[in-house]
Design a protein. Structure first.
Length: 381
């Protein structure tokens, strides 16, 4: 057992040899296809993550306690618990820089006598500590998330973080105020305490500027394997590509090398701004990005797609949007999914409407958890 919190902490599902874990996840995904009566086409196996430990480039640590009357603690929420957390100092999903920063923050606020935000009484101010780190750049962005009413000054903490001996480099420290009573992180206001409000990372030779709340795959090294697969499946050959649910445009920019034009659609305006900025910084001129819901925004594009790439949220594609995609009738669809059950549901619709699955590959971006990514290539019959 690598971590003494396993079984109580909600961060990890498996504590077995990684090869056995990968076999379990691969078997579960293949079983879903079989039970749905779906052909996987040319099945290309399950690609393991480059490392099963210390791979996450983002962690949302929660403030709480480790048990009754234990005092303030910062870490990963325990299973079936609103307030108890497993101490971040032992978490092996992240590297030592994450653990150093979390330990400093926990000690600082404990010494200051600050309390964690209690979701039932709405007392206390400390909510989350979000740490993001560029896997290939080492740049670190720290975000302290609190409710209103924090008494302890945050500038000394930011200054102490800058003096920490880190393997990477501190890009910036932020303070986000979240007034919502729900446990979700809602950024009502964000201010920069030190440095920048963003950091950088690289994927497949491209540079990406990432803001505090921008989506970016949490495993950079494995994301390269995932996006290489998606690009190979897309096989653009000078065609027009629609990249739907494009986020900050990572896939868009990777496939742009071989496409005549790429049109990305994303519902989060900040992500679209980042996508445009990143494409310009990478010298990519054949990408355009639209801010809006896929269901409506796809009607704004006059061009007909040769390829549609889908990388939707965990819940999959909403039925009305999937109907619009089918109506566009692209010769090829590449579907990237982080939830095999959602993928299988949408594939049943696509195959009933004249598409066939030609190839499937699994890529593990989330070692020690039950999740695995899938990439499917579909072609119109």
């Amino acid at each position: 057992m690598i971590c003494g919190h396993f079984g109580r902490c909600g961060g990890c599902t498996y504590d077995i040899p990684y090869g056995e874990e990968l076999n379990i996840k691969e078997g579960g995904a293949r079983r879903l296809f079989e039970e749905a009566g779906l052909d996987m086409g040319d099945y290309l196996g399950a690609t393991p993550a480059p490392s099963p430990l210390e791979y996450r480039n983002k962690m949302e640590f929660a403030f709480g306690d480790s048990g009754k009357d234990s005092g303030l603690c910062l870490g990963v929420r325990k299973r079936r618990s609103f307030y108890e957390v497993a101490d971040a100092r032992t978490c092996m999903l992240v590297d030592a820089d994450f653990r150093r920063i979390a330990a400093l923050a926990a000690d600082y606020f404990a010494d200051a006598g600050e309390k964690f935000f209690h979701r039932r009484t709405h007392t206390g101010a400390l909510r989350h500590l979000i740490v993001r780190k560029g896997f290939f750049t080492g740049e670190i962005l720290v975000n302290v998330v609190t409710a209103p009413g924090l008494a302890a000054p945050l500038q000394p903490l930011a200054d102490e973080m800058a003096r920490l001996e880190l393997d990477g480099s501190l890009a910036g420290v932020l303070h986000t105020v979240n007034t919502s009573v729900a446990d979700a992180i809602v950024p009502d206001s964000v201010r920069t305490l030190r440095g920048d409000a963003f950091f950088h990372d690289r994927l497949l030779g491209l540079n990406f500027k990432i803001s505090a709340f921008s989506f970016f795959q949490t495993n950079s090294a494995a994301a390269e394997l995932l996006y290489e697969t998606a690009s190979q499946f897309a096989d653009c050959r000078g065609g027009v590509v629609f990249d739907l649910y494009c986020g900050t445009g990572t896939i868009s920019q990777i496939v742009a090398r071989n496409a005549s034009r790429v049109i990305g659609i994303e519902s989060v305006p900040e992500a679209v701004d980042s996508a445009r900025e990143n494409a310009a910084a990478n010298g990519i001129s054949n990408c355009g990005f639209i801010s809006g819901d896929v269901l409506k925004a796809i009607d704004e594009v006059s061009e007909r797609p040769d390829i549609i790439i889908l990388d939707p949220p965990r819940s999959g594609v909403v039925p009305k949007a999937l109907a619009k995609i089918i109506a566009a009738r692209p010769p090829r669809i590449v579907y990237v999914s982080c939830k095999p059950s959602s993928l299988v549901r949408d594939l049943q619709t696509l195959t009933s409407q004249g598409y066939s699955v030609k190839a499937t590959k699994l890529v593990d971006l989330f070692p020690r958890t039950a999740h695995i990514e899938s990439v499917c290539l579909l072609e119109a019959n």
